[in-house]
Design a protein around this ligand. Sequence first.
Ligand code: BES
Ligand code: MN
Ligand code: ZN
Length: 515
Amino acid sequence: MAREIINVTVKTKTTDVIKIETDVLAVGYYSDGTKFNKLSNALDRELGGAISKLAELGDFEGKCGSTAVVYGNGDIGANRVLLIGLGERKKLTVNCLRKATSIAANKAVKLKAASLAVALHQGAGRKISLEAAGQAIAEGVYFGSYRYDEFVTDEKDSRLNSLDAVIVDSDSLAVKQLAKGVKDGNIIGQAQSYARTIANRPGNVINPPTLASEARKIAKAEDTLSCKVFDEKELIKRKAGGILAVGSGSASQARLIILKYTPAKRVSGKTPVVALVGKAVTFDSGGISIKPSANMQEMKFDKSGGVAVLGAMKAIAALKPAATVYGIIPAAENMPDGSSYRPGDIITTLSGKTVEIHNTDAEGRMILCDAIHYATTEKCGVIVDIATLTGACVVALGKHMAGLMGNDDKLIKQLEKASEISGEKVWHLPSGDEYLDEMKSDIADLKNTGSRWGGAITAGAFLGSFAGDAKWAHIDMAGMDMFNDKKFGVSGSGGFGVRLLTAFVMNVAMKGRKR
Ligand code: BES
Ligand code: MN
Ligand code: ZN
């Protein structure tokens, strides 16, 4: 491969921000009131009023995410001051800081800057904890600097291979708080960038066996993590009919990947064993119910749920929460072939329940139902699955939020809380017996499609019927990686779910401890 993924570091430093030597210094600027904070005022003074001039001319209003560059000219340590609009000061959130930092980091890579100093937290007020700010800023550095270009051999539009970021403040107590968050932010940011790379890799590179190798590699690097892979032989022995059916048309055999995080600390008896289950269809052609050819290349992202679980498990293994966590990833490629499963087939799934196939393109639920059932056999009290499951979910919610469904109000609330913390948005969709009724077959227990209507919800109902007595929730992230026309000018996977699932597990383990 031509290029390595950019190597990012995020650190903290107690320093005089005016004097810090860096390629880019990112400073926040508000759209309301005085706009300036202590730091931007001081910089303005050193720069002979260059920043206030910009504001006077109306070139920069501080709208959230807007940017302006002022050159250092040797008057300060930084080569450039990058002003980032943070919107209204009173409305500033940790999510705003993460996004603003992503924009700064993206710009730094574009400018071919090797160093970035971030002072965006300064002047944010007391409502935002510095620990949370440090974490979000670190995550933002990873998110915005990420590029997927490992197969680009043309050197013409090259970029630097690394970005060293440092969060700066003159107050050592503040830096200490920031540093606590940065530690977690580095772990989560790295895991998310890793997930983006795996998700972005095409179907001729990532197939069920190579995805399983990635899982093994991750488990090998962390002693708290173990990895088991069921190959086709094992899946046949165990009668995992759903996974086998979907994989039957592919030259790459299906796998069930099972990661397990076992904490070193003793776990409170009240903390449930958690299963994160992620759909990894490494390419979804639709199978015999083949998809139209337009944009079919996007279906390499049909493994994004499984990859999110992989990334989250990598982060969890390093963050070491006091909870046992399974990462269960059913992996298959959905292809048309003489050996493919076909419409009309009746499949006996791992649970013993039978499913009549009405559409081979509704394959995600066929691999997930086996994986969810497997989680119940491992005595998981909480099961959260994540999948690029239905186009209907994208029709309902668009590209900005994932659908959230489940059978337990408290679990839904916990996931909504994790969504708020992580900035990865979800929206609760309804559920009810009526929807499962639509999935009943006349000649088998279930069929794999419902009517045209409420397709995200009927798919959810189908999955929920395999969760047994567990508290179960389902995240339909179909709109998140696919149709991802450029986040901050970068196309491809955004690694959705890594931050959300990690925040969820950390909160479950801490029983909602806030910081
Ligand atoms: N992977 C697709 C869902 C999807 C569609 C994700 C578009 C992202 C964008 C899934 O396997 C699928 O094909 N679902 C069908 C279900 C239908 C046949 C009941 C769909 O949504 O059309
Ligand atoms: Mn499909
Ligand atoms: Zn699919």
